[in-house]
Design a protein. Structure first.
Ligand code: BGC
Length: 744
């Protein structure tokens, strides 16, 4: 006993020395603009880890492989190994949850910054802002003493109906990876592990716990894996969350192909795989096939698959100690990397500071998408405006919390109404009317039964009194702004929406208000596409905002008043009808026991462009208060080989009266391809600020390797020689300049 404790003291001292020796991580290495690189997992702690493992009992080891509370997995106190503490993070740091149930722990010091949801980050098309988010939220995770942030969520938006669309970035794999990487680098610079989720092919909520996802290998490689791969190979994410669903017959938390072969063998992942909550279905199989930590929903923690059942399996000789040690080693390693074990100078972090609210503001400021400004109503000219009717439940609705899943408890969420009150001059009177009521089907039983199938069912009927109030407000005001869309009770984890229809009879409300005051602006607040065909016809001015964080209301007011010139671009296609969307056009959503992604690689705009279907608003679309002109498109050469970088340069001129930011988007077509290809694919983009009347020369660097397609015959990426057309525009359908190059 005594010898043992001397031994432990020596090991702790050795670990301490190693930690002191460990150099401060380099700050982010920006190899070129928008290229971020994370710090790789080092092997410097291997000896210390082996020593610790040699002192652990089998029970102690297995205690580290499963939850010991709702958001932590076990440690070994006597050896100085702490619990691994996790926290949700899609909108910011989730409030503290009780150890044994989903109930909030009731702390009074866990108020956090509410950041714009991922859809909003994606709409900025600005990787630097994605880094800002990761870095800022990483600070907050540390201030709350956490080791792992369950973020970012980087599943591809396959259907516009997806309940978690607002939580994910985009339908496009290139934009996805360019945003995921800086986000992760930002988090991990704060001695916190990023946990990328949900690995992989978790693109629907309907039957997510059972559905078997099937798709061809090319689609997997080209569409669904690139962001995960970049997260591992470029950002060096320290952890990965296995998804709920099955892939090709096996649950993703026991999927040898995905966890061992692709993640570890191909991509060289050295971190830990954590299960989604209650996504584990086996003991030996899941461990052997790559899972490291089992998390779950409330039940006695020793009943987990990787708890007593694993001890039992070990005793029966069904699993070796060496196999168990492999997983312990990974967990210890990531704990060392983020200085959770005996770490000196670990980032302390800070929570809900003014600087973080400013980060939240800055992200939101570049996310708002101006969809229509036909009469140049915006920015608002307040001359002669004495009153504005502000209409709609969404003018006051808060979205930091709500629905099923993780939100943020915050002291600051500026609503759109408050934003206008803060920003409008005092002599402009605001006439607020709620307009529509957020109501759901009353039948509780129906509601419960429907929830996992198609989410909360909205009552699509206006309340007569509310309508009357709205009409009165609109009649008695010089102009009106309607805040419509959805909210986080309607768009929510665990269910997909039933259709694209605007809920709560909003369309009718908009129509009635327009009838009495045609000078009406419509502002959508939502995280996923809606059917706006009718609304688009009725109004000349349409804006899209998101679940936009603590400062969302101030940002919206600043956009309306022109303090912010909008520069957001849609990160997904807004279809006219749901039947136009690929998963629906091919009748392959939501499936039943299995879902086959019949549209293959033609996800999002790839489908609309290739099949010549007109969307309501295309991918990458968004207007500004100024106009930009692209000209002088050049490449540095005409012919390239596969190891080259293509330098594409062009002039971007701001031809309007105000300064603004524009997103130059590079799309590539391969018209002579021998294999099926989408009409065009995003292969580069750059957001630039240009003063009124000024021009900027912009260069986008495109590695020829990005032009490859995945060959199922050869099982590898291939680049076809021949002609490629490079197109620069400001949306997937707008304003193109073209140039052709050759690949040898
Ligand atoms: C979600 C995860 C989340 C976990 C813990 C699951 O239902 O799918 O994204 O991190 O719960 O809250």
């Amino acid at each position: 006993m005594k010898i043992n404790s001397i031994y432990i003291t020596i090991i702790i001292l050795v670990i301490g020395l190693i930690s002191c020796k460990k150099e401060q991580k380099p700050t982010i290495e920006k190899i070129a603009t928008n290229v971020y690189q994370g710090t790789a997992i080092s092997s410097e702690f291997d000896d210390a880890i082996d020593s610790l493992i040699s002192l652990m009992t089998i029970e102690e080891k297995i205690g580290m492989l499963h939850a010991n509370s709702m958001f932590s997995s076990g440690g070994v106190e006597r050896l100085g190994i702490p619990e691994l503490k996790m926290v949700d993070g899609p909108l910011g740091i989730r409030e503290e949850i009780s150890r044994n149930s989903w109930a909030p722990a009731g702390w009074d010091n866990d108020y956090a910054t509410y950041y714009p949801a991922a859809g909003s980050v994606a709409a900025t098309w600005n990787p630097d802002l994605s880094y800002t988010f990761g870095n800022s939220v990483g600070q907050e995770a540390r201030a709350r003493g956490k080791d792992m942030l369950l973020s970012p969520a980087i599943n591809i938006i396959r259907t516009p109906l997806g309940g978690r669309t607002y939580e994910y970035f985009t339908e496009d794999p290139f934009l996805n990876k360019k945003l995921a990487v800086p986000f992760i680098v930002g988090i991990q610079e704060n001695d916190v592990m990023a946990c990328i989720k949900h690995f992989a092919a978790n693109n629907q909520e309907t039957n997510r716990g059972t559905v078997d996802v099937l798709m061809d290998e090319r689609t997997l490689r080209e569409i669904y894996l690139p962001a995960f791969e970049a997260a591992i190979t470029q950002a060096n994410a320290y952890s990965v969350m296995g998804a709920y669903n099955k892939f090709r017959g096996d649950y993703l938390c026991e999927n040898d192909l995905m966890l061992n072969k692709i993640l570890r063998n191909e991509w060289g992942f050295k971190g830990v795989v954590v299960s989604d909550w209650a996504a584990v279905h086996s003991t030996v199989k899941s461990l052997e096939n790559g899972l490291d930590i089992e998390m779950g929903t409330p039940k006695s923690f020793n009943e987990y698959f990787l708890a007593d059942k694993l001890i039992e399996a070990f005793k029966l000789g069904e699993i070796s100690e060496a196999e168990i040690d492999k997983h312990i080693k990974r967990i210890l390693n990531v704990l060392f990397q983020v200085k959770a074990i005996n770490g000196k100078n670990r980032v302390q972090g800070s929570l809900a500071t003014e600087a973080h609210y400013q980060d939240s503001y800055n992200i939101a400021a570049e996310s708002v998408v101006l969809l229509k400004n036909e009469k140049n109503t915006l920015p608002l000219n307040l001359e002669g405006v004495k009153s504005i009717a502000v209409i709609g439940n969404n003018a006051t609705k808060k979205n930091a919390l709500g629905g099923f899943g993780a939100g943020v408890k915050t002291k600051r969420e500026v609503t759109p109404l408050e934003g206008l009150q803060n920003r409008l001059p005092e002599n402009v009177k605001i006439n607020y009317a709620e307009g529509y009521l957020e109501r759901y089907s009353k039948n509780e039983n129906d509601q419960k039964a429907e929830v996992t199938l198609h989410g909360p069912l909205p009552v699509n009927k206006l309340d007569a009194t509310k309508l009357e109030e709205a009409i009165e407000a609109a009649k008695n005001s010089d102009m009106a702004i309607i805040f419509a869309g959805s909210n986080r009770d309607y768009e929510t984890e665990a269910s997909d929406r039933m259709n694209l229809k605007l809920p709560f009879a909003q369309e009718e409300l908009i129509k009635k208000v327009m009838e009495v005051n045609p000078n009406t602006i419509v502002v959508m607040i939502a995280g996923a596409p809606f059917d706006l065909q009718e609304v688009e016809k009725m109004t000349s001015t349409l804006i899209w905002s998101w679940f936009n964080g603590s400062e969302g209301g101030n940002v919206l007011a600043d956009v309306l008043l022109g303090t912010i010139n909008p520069s957001g671009k849609l990160p997904w296609t807004m279809p006219k009808n749901i039947e136009d969307s690929p998963a629906h056009a091919t009748n392959s959503f939501p499936g039943d026991e299995t879902v086959t992604y019949k549209e293959g690689i033609l996800v999002g705009y790839r489908w609309f462009d290739t099949k010549n279907i007109e969307p309501l608003y295309p991918f990458g679309y968004g207007l500004s208060y100024t106009n930009f002109e692209i000209s002088d498109l050049k490449t540095n050469k005409e012919t390239y080989n596969i190891n080259n970088l293509i330098e594409i340069s062009f002039k971007m001129k701001n031809i309007g009266n105000v300064a603004g930011k524009e997103v130059a988007q590079l799309y590539v077509s391969n018209p002579d391809s021998k294999v099926e290809r989408a009409t065009q694919e995003l292969k580069g983009f750059k957001k630039v600020f240009v003063k009124s009347g000024a021009s900027e020369i912009i260069t986008i660097t495109l590695p020829v390797k990005e032009l490859a397609y995945y060959s199922e015959i050869k099982n590898k990426w291939l680049i076809e020689p021949g002609k490629y057309v490079l197109k620069i525009g400001n949306s997937s359908r707008g304003n193109f300049e073209e140039i052709s190059i050759n690949i040898q």
